[in-house]
Write a protein that binds this ligand. Structure first.
Ligand code: NAD
Length: 473
């Protein structure tokens, strides 16, 4: 089959000698072919990025920022085409897919407003000491399938603005929209600055051992993150790892159940729960537990799970077969262990669909509570004591994000401060912006993306001691 969408290597269209199927998860059928890059393609991409690096680094920050803005505009100008492609390969309903494409454009523009500071850390009669920030070289970017375009835009907009060049690899499950973005950005960026190659399971490990990379920026599972860290250790590549989460949301007794329930529901089930920062453990105070559970179950039954091209679908399929199998197995395990499952409405038989499912107050030790499901099964957990629930929320190997809901903002803030997570939302959820650093404690990752902190991760500090007098003759 032909490769309609090509890789980008050195500013040119690149086709691979092999292809791979791209499956539409709403039909479980292949609808397109994507290039399957070889090691030679990877080498060519790294060589191109290396060759482009000196001139790209030599541009002024404002010249690079202007190109980032243009890149963002190009993505936004092609939003309809990109959205249709996104829904076909990722599964998310069109309206919400569109938000991701616009978000990616907005990210390029948002990050462009950051400047790398020159910090004067000492100023005396004898000398000035400045800390400059300089780029690292060629960055290896590896992206998952759940927010393929947005997460790629985070990496591109940070690394390139800071003066690095890049080779980016989308997930084998969602290569097309990102490759298409690469085609659009070919018109804007100098050749070799941004190379995008797609491939199978073998490509990621080939990239992480490649000596041409100075840094790896990875978003994906904790298991893969550990492999990447081990691989990066061989030649001390810098790493940023954005990994899994098992996020707790704590609902205090004073909330208005009817008002809050739909927001809690979307915080857990948006993108069919395939979000690292989705609520994955929902702790509800005993005094409102029954009312909240019934309200959430009503929503699960009423809201439509279906093909993302149907205008009334709010939730799409699981994105791929292995993920579908994993989440289904977790649901079967929960049933077999006698837990009470509260299922949502019927779902299409064809495609990787599962019903939105609540689990009524399982024990904290159940798999469905301990593991990151990354799919539409949400444990509702009863609590009565605030100290106890904070301890339960923190009792996880993850520490990505969390949420607290209460009418009493002061009290919610006190709880937020005690959660061991990289982000906490009060009376909201799933919010990220170019200005807000995001990262996690424990097994949720190393380093952050976004904000000046995120940008700095693509730089090396360079301290320069500048004397005020010339050396004696
Ligand atoms: P994954 O780890 O299976 O794959 C992610 C990417 O890594 C893919 O491009 C894949 O091809 C590549 N890869 C796989 N094995 C590799 C290896 N050995 N070396 C190099 N690359 C390799 O993750 P996934 O299933 O695509 O994504 C879901 C996971 O991502 C969830 O755990 C989720 O929580 C996490 N995630 C985290 C964030 C965050 O910001 N913290 C955001 C989104 C998703």
């Amino acid at each position: 089959m032909t490769q309609h969408i090509t890789m980008t290597i050195n500013g040119q269209a690149a086709i691979a000698s092999e292809t791979m199927d791209v499956i539409n998860p709403a039909t479980a059928e292949s609808f397109a072919q994507a290039p399957r890059a070889s090691e030679a393609d990877l080498n060519a991409a790294v060589d191109a990025a290396k060759a482009a690096y000196p001139a790209w680094k030599a541009l002024s920050h404002s010249q690079r920022a202007a190109l980032m803005v243009k890149a963002g505009d190009a993505i936004m100008a092609n939003v309809d085409e990109l959205t249709a492609l996104f829904t076909a390969e990722q599964g998310r309903p069109l309206t919400m897919a569109k938000e991701e494409i616009l978000g990616a454009g907005m990210w390029f523009k948002g990050m462009a407003s950051f400047e790398l500071p020159v910090e004067v850390v000492e100023e005396t009669e004898q000398r000035t000491v400045e800390v400059h920030r300089e780029p690292l070289g060629v960055v290896c970017a590896i992206v998952p399938w759940n927010f393929p375009v947005l997460l790629a835009s985070w990496k591109m907009s940070h690394a390139l603005l800071a003066g690095n060049t890049m080779v980016l690899k989308p997930s084998p499950y969602t290569p097309l929209t990102t490759l298409r973005v690469g085609e659009l950005l070919r018109e804007i960026l100098p050749p070799g600055v941004l190379n995008i190659i797609s491939g199978g399971d073998e490509l990621g490990p080939l990239m992480t051992v490649h000596p041409g990379f100075a840094k790896i920026s990875f978003t994906g599972s904790t298991a893969t993150g550990k492999r990447i860290m081990a691989s990066a250790a061989q030649d001390l590549k810098r790493i940023t790892l954005e990994l899994g989460g098992n996020d707790a949301c704590i609902v205090l007794p004073d909330v208005d159940v009817d008002e809050v329930a739909p927001q809690l529901f979307m915080g857990a089930f948006f993108n069919t729960s395939q979000i690292c920062i989705a609520t994955k453990r929902l702790y509800i105070h005993d005094s409102i537990y029954d009312a909240m559970r019934d309200k959430l179950h009503g929503l699960a039954k009423a809201l439509k799970v279906g093909n993302g091209t149907d205008s009334d679908s709010l939730f799409g399929p699981l994105q791929n077969k292995p993920q579908y199998d994993r989440v289904k197995a977790l649901m079967v395990d929960a049933k077999e262990r006698g837990l009470t499952l509260l299922e949502g409405g019927a779902v299409p038989e064809k495609g990787y669909f599962l019903p939105l499912t609540l689990v009524d107050n399982p024990a904290d030790s159940e798999r469905v509570v301990v593991e990151e499901a990354f799919g539409p099964i949400l444990p509702l957990l009863r609590y009565s004591d605030l100290d106890e629930v904070i301890a339960r929320a923190n009792d996880s190997e993850y520490g990505l994000a969390g949420a607290v809901w209460s009418k009493d903002i002061e009290k919610a803030l006190e709880v937020a401060k005690r959660l061991e997570t990289g982000t906490v939302w009060i009376n909201q959820n799933l919010q990220t912006t170019p200005n807000t650093p995001m990262g996690g404690h424990k097994h949720s990752g190393i380093g952050v993306e976004n904000g000046l902190d995120g940008l700095m991760e693509f730089t090396q500090a360079k301290t320069i001691f500048i004397p005020k007098s010339k050396p004696a003759a």
